[in-house]
Design a protein around this ligand. Structure first.
Ligand code: COA
Length: 257
C-alpha cells in the first residue's frame, strides 16, 4: 500500500495515513487502501484495538484532498464520501478505534477523527471544519458527528466560520477526550489502547454498537437494543470467564469467544 502503513504492537494495531508531503490529505487512494487495511485488521483476531494516526510533524490530516474535488462529478464524490469511504469503514469497524492527533486536524481529517471512538490530541493540535471557505459544506459526517459531540451552537460556529480551535478548546468542547504534550502523546495513547485491549473483545464490540445507537435512535429503542445486546453477551465464553475470575479473585483471560 502506498498511502497506509500498519504496525502491530501486540494486541494494538497502529494504522498511519502516510502522505506527509500533502499533510495526509484524504485522496481516493487513502480511502480505498484504508478500507482494504481495515478489512484485514477486522479479520485479524490478534488485533483488539486500532489506533489511527497521520504521519509527519505537521498534520494529523489536513482534510479531503482538495485537488481531487476539481475533476470529480457529483455522483463520484458522493460515492467516495459515502459508499466506499474510510469514514463509514471506521464507523462500522467492530473493534475500538482511537484517533491519535498531532497537528492540523481539519475538514475530512476532523470528520475521520470523529468517526473514531475516542480522540487523544497533542497540545499543539488545531481543529476546524473549513469547508465553508471553499464554498462547500462538510460531507464526511461533520454536520452530524460534530453536533453530537459538541452541541449545536458550537458546531454551528465552527462550521459557519471555518475557524480553527486549539487543543484546549477542543478538550473543553468534548471534541477530544484528552490532550497531552506532544512528547507524551504516543505513550499515553498506547497506554489507553492497551488497557482497552485487555477487555473481552465481544463485549467491546457490543458496547460500541450500543453506545453508537444512542445518537441514532430514541431512548426507548436504545434501551431495547441495549438489553438485547446485554442478553446476547451472556452467550459468550468470556462472560463465564469474567464472572469466574471475579469470584475466584484472579485476573480474567478473555479469548474473544
Ligand atoms: N488537499 C490537498 N492538498 C493539501 C491539503 C488538502 N486538504 N492540505 C494541504 N495540502 C498540500 C498543500 O497543497 C501543499 O502541497 P504542495 O507542497 O505540493 O504545494 C502541502 O500539502 C503542504 O501544505 P501547505 O499549505 O504548504 O502548508 P502550510 O503549513 O502553509 O498550511 C494548512 C497548512 C493546513 C493551513 C493549509 O495547507 C490548508 O489550509 N490546507 C487545506 C485545509 C482545508 O481546507 N481542508 C479541508 C478540505 S475540505
Amino acid at each position: 500500500m502506498e498511502t497506509i502503513t500498519i504496525e502491530r504492537r501486540g494486541r494494538v494495531a497502529l494504522l498511519t495515513i502516510n502522505r506527509p508531503d500533502k499533510l495526509n490529505a484524504l485522496n481516493s487512494a487513502v480511502h480505498s487502501e484504508g478500507v482494504a487495511a481495515l478489512d484485514e485488521l477486522r479479520a485479524d483476531s490478534e488485533v483488539r484495538v486500532l489506533v489511527l494516526t497521520g504521519s509527519g510533524e505537521k498534520a494529523f490530516i489536513a482534510g479531503a484532498d482538495i485537488s481531487e474535488f476539481e475533476g470529480n462529478t457529483p455522483v463520484a464524490q458522493r460515492d467516495l464520501f459515502h459508499e466506499r469511504s474510510l469514514f463509514n469503514s471506521i464507523d462500522q469497524f467492530p473493534k475500538p478505534v482511537i484517533a491519535m492527533i498531532d497537528g492540523f486536524c481539519l475538514g475530512g481529517g476532523n470528520e475521520l477523527a470523529m468517526a473514531c471512538d475516542i480522540r487523544i490530541a497533542s497540545d499543539r493540535s488545531r481543529f476546524s471544519q473549513p469547508e465553508i471557505n471553499l464554498g462547500i459544506i462538510p460531507g464526511g459526517g461533520g454536520t452530524q458527528r460534530l453536533t453530537n459531540l459538541v452541541g449545536e451552537g458550537r458546531a454551528m460556529e465552527m462550521i459557519l466560520t471555518g475557524d480553527m480551535i486549539d487543543a484546549a478548546t477542543a478538550e473543553r468542547f468534548g471534541l477530544v477526550n484528552h490532550v497531552y504534550p506532544f512528547a507524551e502523546l504516543e505513550a499515553e495513547t498506547m497506554k489507553l489502547a492497551e488497557k482497552i485491549a485487555e477487555k473481552a473483545p465481544i463485549a467491546l464490540q457490543l458496547c460500541k454498537e450500543a453506545v453508537k445507537f444512542a445518537s441514532r435512535s430514541n431512548l426507548d429503542e436504545g434501551l431495547r437494543r441495549e438489553v438485547d445486546l446485554f442478553a446476547l453477551v451472556f452467550s459468550t465464553e468470556d462472560k463465564k470467564e469474567g464472572i469466574s475470575a471475579f469470584l475466584e479473585k484472579r485476573k480474567p483471560d478473555f479469548k474473544g469467544k
